[in-house]
Write a protein that binds this ligand. Structure first.
Ligand code: K7E
Ligand code: CUA
Length: 676
């Protein structure tokens, strides 16, 4: 039951003919040709048993050969630990940006720059144990950088839920430049969310634990376990997170979930859901309930309301402690200095989203069929009403009365998770259990955008396939959403694709939201990770390099590397057992092609791809030494080999770059010790 059209295919040929004659008034001379084609098209439609809805879906999303997409979708790759870049709305996968996980296609993590970035993200050695070499990530929420509350196309941030890390991707070369490990927490989830000018990248912990990675027994949960929110200061000049200007705010040991930055009316504030306010900490093997029962005992959890502007002030006055050297505003200070407030939310909420004008915070409880709309103005009034009107939690955090902070509750269906917004005053919420998208109307200033629709009311529910998590509208997180299309990121695909074994792909469904009713347009399977979240930006805002600006470019410093091998100065330099190789690559040879070393030598090897032609990427792989680089035109990479294994190892280009690509090879000859 995909489309309840029940149409007759014979009469449908006419419809198809009309559909396939776009703008024939403008193309008068082409009308005859079109008519012939439309007959052919009608035949295909009949043969393939396509419905009118199928044809509209195809026409709206198909890009003819050679035509490009108007939008790019940046999607997290979940357990794949990467970022996927899709042409939108055609849903053609254009790029995979490796971040937390080595990727052999991109040559990330096999000797070159990827190794350096991945190393930054390792858990450092401490008194709790040795360095942990983390080689994967659980990428959840990509965030495009913003200027004045609108995507500016310069950077992308992404978090790793598993190990509490945040990464920076530079959108000039679509490559990861930095991974920061949270110094006080092992995991995160409310991340990455950015403030409207990208000053701060928000990272919030999820499963409470002792701060700083310390040990404390579970029976000390209430005293010793904590949550936190980290504000990473982003420096546009360096394109890096500046740990020295970053800080965290300590939270009670509730499990914080999705976080979001305020915008326009609520700039300078941040919001965050929580669950397990019951502070349940289990003991199932001794007969205690599981977490799913224990953590959801209470009827309400707390929406965390954080006065970020105030927290920055407090941080600057130095009122913080240091944990592992990182500044943390203690919970007591956060309470005393009016940084942290709570208001109840129905239990076990998940999504936390701010409307484009910043006036409403939308919270969805997985176990409550309503979306709850909190008014920022009401929250301010409840804060201004003062301590006599507040209750306090066990730690003394003020609780603003829910009946004062809430503006509307709209029944949308089962399992509401995440919400996005369009440019017409509507909101869209995924219904995980119902397997549907709910479209509902915003009130307040949005009413004049849809005068004939009742504010705060459900408009339509569109079934999707199946169990949607997040959804994304073009520009849907910004102060000025574009609307037009949304994509539902469905966790299960069940019966939508040919069976390829018991591991199923996800299903990403593109939906047209330009008209009064939502319309399903297409299905796209995704099998290289689980996209939790995505953001969609106009391609015109992206200014990516076609080749690196100059030959000898170091993608980490984004400047010419002083050690870069250049044409004419290729060489092999030896100092004792240290060997430094300066090599260039161009279609279709490396210089030098023969590299002779002795067993036990320490090799520092630089390679420059000296090409200036777009697309002329070379690979560089060395057998036996786990080396695999991707060198884009102009790029220089450096790697190290400890030549502890004697033998003859070929190195070769892994990208089929030219007719003589197979000849783009050479030998690394490692002479055994005995024969030196
Ligand atoms: Cu709902 Cu990590 Cu945003 Cu997955 S989260 S769906
Ligand atoms: Cu260079 Cu193949």
């Amino acid at each position: 039951m995909r489309f309840a059209t029940g149409c007759k295919l014979v009469s449908f040929a006419t419809v198809a003919g009309m559909l396939l004659l776009p703008g024939c008034a403008r193309h008068k001379t082409g009308t005859a040709a079109y008519a012939g084609e439309s007959n052919a098209a009608a035949k295909v439609i009949a043969q393939r048993k396509l419905t009118p809805a199928d044809v509209v879906g195809a026409l709206k999303t198909f890009e003819p050969p050679g035509r490009r997409d108007k939008y790019l979708m940046f999607a997290s790759g979940g357990q794949g630990g990467q970022v996927l870049v899709w042409g939108f709305p055609s849903m053609r996968l254009l790029q995979e940006i490796p971040v937390f996980t080595p990727d052999s296609m991109a040559g990330w993590g096999y000797g070159g720059v990827g190794d350096q970035v991945l190393r930054e993200g390792y858990i450092p050695a401490s008194k709790m144990g040795p360095r942990q070499r983390i080689r994967w990530g659980d990428a959840h929420h990509p965030a495009l950088s913003e200027t004045h509350g609108v995507y500016d196309g310069k950077w992308l941030f992404i978090n790793d839920k598993a190990d509490g890390r945040v990464a920076v991707v530079d959108l000039r070369d679509f490559a990861c430049k930095q991974i920061v490990k949270n110094p006080i927490f092992y995991n995160d989830h409310g991340s990455t969310f950015i403030t409207p000018n990208t000053r701060y990248v928000i990272e919030t912990s999820q499963y409470s634990a002792p701060l700083g990675g310390a040990y404390a027994p579970l029976r000390g949960y209430k005293q010793d376990y904590r949550g936190e929110m980290t504000f990473w200061r982003f420096d546009r000049k360096t394109g890096r997170i500046d740990s020295k200007r970053s800080f965290a705010v300590e939270f009670p040991p509730y499990w914080q979930d999705l976080a979001v930055s305020g915008k326009l009316a609520s700039r300078g504030w941040a919001f965050c859901n929580s669950f397990n306010v019951a502070m349940y900490h289990g003991n199932d093997m001794n007969g205690a309930p599981s977490f799913e029962a224990g953590a959801t005992r209470r009827d309400t959890d707390y929406l965390h309301i954080i006065h970020l502007a105030q927290a920055i002030k407090v941080f600057k006055t130095g009122s913080f402690k240091r944990i592992n050297g990182f500044p943390v505003i203690p919970l007591k200070t956060a309470i005393a200095d009016h940084i942290l407030f709570f208001t109840p939310e129905t239990k076990s909420p998940h999504g936390c989203d701010v409307a484009p004008d910043g006036r409403y915070i939308i919270v969805n409880g997985k176990l409550d069929p309503h979306v709850s709309v909190y008014s920022f103005k009401n929250i301010q009034a409840a804060i201004a009403a003062g301590p006599t009107t507040w209750r306090h939690d066990a730690y003394g955090v003020p609780i603003l009365p829910m009946r004062k902070t809430i503006k509307a509750r709209i029944e949308v269906g089962l399992g509401p998770l995440h919400t996005q917004f369009d440019n017409k005053g509507f909101a869209y919420t995924t219904l995980f259990i119902d397997s549907a998208i709910a479209k509902w109307s915003l009130g307040g200033a949005y009413e004049k955008m849809h005068p004939d629709v009742k504010p705060w009311s459900l408009i339509q529910k569109l079934p999707v396939n199946y169990n949607p998590g997040h959804l994304a509208v073009i520009g849907g997180d910004t102060e000025h959403p574009t609307g037009q299309y949304l994509v539902a990121l469905n966790k299960w695909s069940i019966d939508r694709f040919d069976c390829v074994g018991p591991l199923y792909p996800e299903d990403m469904q593109v939906i047209d939201i330009s008209g009064p009713k939502m319309r399903l347009l297409s299905d796209t399977p995704l099998c290289v990770g689980e996209t939790h979240y995505a953001q969609i930006i106009a391609y015109s805002k992206i200014h990516a390099w076609r080749v690196y600006p100059k030959v000898g470019w170091n993608p980490l410093t984004q400047s010419v590397d002083p050690n870069a091998p250049m044409p004419g100065n290729e060489r092999i330099v030896r100092h004792g057992n240290k060997v430094e190789i300066f090599m260039t690559a161009v279609r279709s040879h490396y210089t030098p092609e023969i590299v002779k070393v002795n067993q036990g030598d320490q090799i520092t090897w630089h390679v420059t791809n000296i090409e200036r032609t777009p697309n002329a990427t070379h690979g560089f792989a060395v057998s036996g030494y786990n080396i695999n680089l991707t060198l884009n035109p102009g790029e220089t990479e450096t790697f190290h080999i400890h030549a502890d294994h004697a033998g003859v190892f070929s190195f070769y280009c892994t990208k089929f770059c030219s007719a003589l690509h197979l000849e783009m090879t050479g030998y690394l000859v490692v002479k055994p010790r005995a024969t030196h």
